[in-house]
Design a protein around this ligand. Structure first.
Ligand code: SIN
Length: 478
């Protein structure tokens, strides 16, 4: 754990094993905190807040920029670590380091642009001054699928705004978080500004932190189910919350799409991170007129994937995070096939106990199948067919999730109609990738609250204060 600048054991001296998903081997053990450790991290984050929030923005910006440079210098170290603890192929881990570093650069640039306003009250009797101030110590709870980028996406805007943080990384991937904290400390981050706590029992620890009045904000990335529970825990303290929750992304291929481009985009949107991403394409909604060509192209690309350990440069698809995740995906595939889905590409028999899963492509998935409603989080592509634009858009919106949608069409008017009709926070048009540190990432409906990235991302860590200043004495001119 990193608490107030000190590396230490948990109070109970318990430890948490970290596994390599490719082999199942234990590769490290880290401190395993419980609710008894909450008071120490809260104290550290609260004690560091007055000084950090008063640190000149330019100094905060310079520090974030130094960490951005350090991540690039040490990119290979971080990439190896991400692959080791999370499993994705090295090429993808390298891309994640670049993506993670971008948040540090972007928010180093935003730290010096926190603005306010000055207005004359409509009746002239007062001046209205508005200022933006950091919300206070924040709890950041991050997932295992992007062990570094999901951390920098929260830490960078929080620090740029002047907040201090308690970071609780996923129990599956604590090593990237700890290494990142080392790099931040080496860059000169003052003690207590970033504290890191790992635990195998997140419930009691997170609850103890959220019940404490020193914490002012919760930012979470993870499932909608856990997000709902965290919102309940945040309610008594009326905490500010940012929730980046699950998706069920539609990927619509209209009859006028460039099919080769759509297949290329589909591979990116489905297989990035082995499908373990909240922005992964979950449902391919394809016009009947072009479905055979699209399915044939996608099937060919899925069959060509080389499934193997992420550390092997030949692998294009690594293991899932663990056997449990693999078994869950297999269960969804079996359920869909038993409901009548057509298995165009199928792994055959997948033995239990190992985290690898070959890609699957299911056509004509019936709405009754569980996979139509659940986030798959694996390399399984499902196809649903339609014949009119309205039908395709209705299918896309038939979900409680609203994170992202993808649209392939060469008709600009159709693309604009789709962007406006889709019930989600982000739309990819003729591309299967929307993530960018400079853009607002986030969802509508049950996919979350708030946005990360872009100019808006720093606002999640700022409060508005308004001062009304008597100005009656200024009257009388003219
Ligand atoms: C996520 O899966 O939670 C985020 C993916 C991304 O930022 O691209």
């Amino acid at each position: 754990m990193l608490v107030g600048g000190e590396w230490r054991e948990a109070r109970a001296e318990a430890s948490l094993p970290v596994h390599n998903p490719a082999t199942g081997e234990v590769i490290a053990a880290v401190a395993d905190a419980d609710a008894d450790d909450a008071a120490d991290v809260l104290e550290a984050a609260a004690a560091a807040f007055p000084r950090w929030s008063a640190t000149p923005p330019r100094r905060r910006a310079a520090l974030l920029h130094d960490v951005f440079l350090a991540l690039h210098e040490r990119a290979e170290e971080f990439a190896q670590l991400i692959t080791l603890e999370m499993g994705k192929p090295l090429a993808e881990s390298r891309a994640e380091v670049g993506y993670a570093a971008d948040f540090l650069r972007w928010y180093s640039e935003e730290a010096v642009r926190i603005s306010g306003s000055y207005r004359t009250a409509p009746d002239g009797s007062a001046r209205h001054l508005t200022l933006r101030q950091p919300v206070g110590p924040c709890l950041l709870v991050t997932p295992w699928n992007f062990p570094l980028a999901m951390i920098t996406r929260k830490v960078a805007p929080a620090l740029a705004a002047g907040c201090t943080v308690i970071l609780k990384p996923a129990e599956e991937t604590p090593l990237s978080a700890l290494h990142f904290a080392h790099v931040m400390a080496e860059a000169g981050l003052p003690a207590g500004v970033v504290n890191v706590v790992n635990t195998s029992r997140p419930g009691p620890l997170v609850e103890a932190i959220l019940r404490d009045r020193r914490i002012r904000k919760l930012s979470f990335t993870g499932s909608t189910e856990v997000g709902r529970r965290l919102l309940e825990l945040a309610a008594p303290g009326v905490l500010r919350t940012s929730m980046e929750l699950g998706g069920n992304a539609p990927f619509i291929v209209f009859r006028d799409a460039d099919i080769d481009a759509a297949v290329e985009g589909a591979v990116a949107a489905k297989l990035r991170n082995g499908g373990q991403s909240c922005v992964a394409a979950n449902r391919f909604i394809v016009d009947d007129a072009v479905a055979p060509r699209f399915i044939e192209g996608l099937a060919e690309r899925l069959r060509a994937q080389i499934v193997g350990p992420g550390a092997d440069p030949r692998s294009t698809l690594g293991p899932l995070i663990n056997g449990g995740q693999r078994d869950r995906a297999v269960g969804l595939v079996d359920d869909a096939v038993s409901h009548g889905a057509d298995p165009v590409v199928h792994y055959g028999t997948a033995g239990p106990g190992d985290a690898f899963l070959k890609p699957v492509l299911l056509d004509r998935v019936p709405p009754a199948a569980q996979i139509a409603r659940q986030e798959i989080f694996g390399p399984v592509a499902t196809v649903y067919r339609f014949s009119t634009e309205q039908e395709g858009l209705a299918l896309a919106n038939a979900t409680e999730s609203g994170l992202v949608g993808y649209v392939y069409t060469q008709d600009l008017n159709r693309a604009l109609r789709a962007i406006e009709a889709m019930e989600c926070g982000m739309v990819g048009v003729n591309r299967g990738y929307v993530s960018d540190a400079s853009a607002p990432f986030g969802g509508t409906k049950q996919s979350g609250l708030g946005r990360e990235g872009g100019e808006i991302g720093i606002q999640e860590y700022l409060e508005t204060k308004y001062a009304s200043i008597d100005a009656t004495g200024t009257r009388g001119f003219g």
